[in-house]
Ligand binder design. Sequence first.
Ligand SMILES: NC(=O)c1ccc[n+]([C@@H]2O[C@H](COP(=O)([O-])OP(=O)(O)OC[C@H]3O[C@@H](n4cnc5c(N)ncnc54)[C@H](OP(=O)(O)O)[C@@H]3O)[C@@H](O)[C@H]2O)c1
Length: 295
Amino acid sequence: MYAVTGATGKTGLVVAEELLKAGKEVIAIGRNEEKLAQLEAAGAEVHAGDLLDKDFAEKALKGAKAAYIMIPQNFSTSDYRAFQSQISGSLASAVMANDLTHVVTLSSVGAQMPEKGGIVQGLHDMEQMFNALAGVNVLHLRPGFFMENLFSMIPVIKNMNMLVSGIRPDLPVPMVATPDIGMLAARHLKMLDFSNKGHQYVLGARDYTYPEVAALLGRYIGKPDLPYVQVGPDQLIESFMQMGATRNIGEVYAQFTEAMNNGSVMDGVERNAGNTTPTLLDEFAVLFAEAYKLN
Ligand SMILES: NC(=O)c1ccc[n+]([C@@H]2O[C@H](COP(=O)([O-])OP(=O)(O)OC[C@H]3O[C@@H](n4cnc5c(N)ncnc54)[C@H](OP(=O)(O)O)[C@@H]3O)[C@@H](O)[C@H]2O)c1
């Protein structure tokens, strides 16, 4: 039996569906019962609750031998790293209490950084915590930038006619479609082809600079001259707060952006056939254009 956390989210849903399709027994975990109903109808055992709650996590993982573990985002916390650590702690103790043998986690590029990682600092902590679990085989997937993040840019493109971020315009950024991450995680879980502790980068089909992203998305939405504008850390923090996030969230994003721009995040990471996934940004741009029309 497999437990899938974040089973109604972008990567978790693909993991749960792929395992069910392969005839595996699945425990699907999320918060919203209505969203989980779809997986229940497909044959999953579902558990709705908050992973911050250790007892809930332990009960939800009961009977599982392997799991897909992810830490959800939370824009309302004033200490993101502490939130991430609390979820990791709750899941790590649930894994041990239920004697799981295999775990695939959703980590990130940059999780190797012991400090100044911002938004991924808690994923560094999560990797360390799971690496310390005796007798559990753990594979950390470290994906690049989710293409789906670009959906949140739609209002800015509509209102300001520009693509905005804190990333340097000349920096190649690995961009990955989240279904590709889910497919990869499901494949590893089906085959249980990893042992001891390890990680695997998931870098998408290729890297893109932000001006390239602006030009490509612009072409699909009828704005072929869409410019890319880089903003500084203060403006980045301000824009997160305008979207309703806490200052801490703005600060951790700004710190991660700085680590991308100064090369620490991708330091030593090399693209190869094993960490390259199929979906190109051109394919995502079709979905982006549909969402752009509807918004
Ligand atoms: N964005 C990127 O570029 C990027 C890159 C690399 C790594 N990552 C990592 O990817 C992870 C997050 O992915 P995402 O936020 O985009 O996922 P997501 O698709 O928003 O999915 C979140 C899932 O978690 C569930 N959930 C949320 N809060 C929960 C809670 N407190 N307890 C139990 N379940 C909860 C949600 O269910 P409900 O809807 O029912 O709440 C949903 O199923 C983060 O760890 C992030 O650091 C992101």
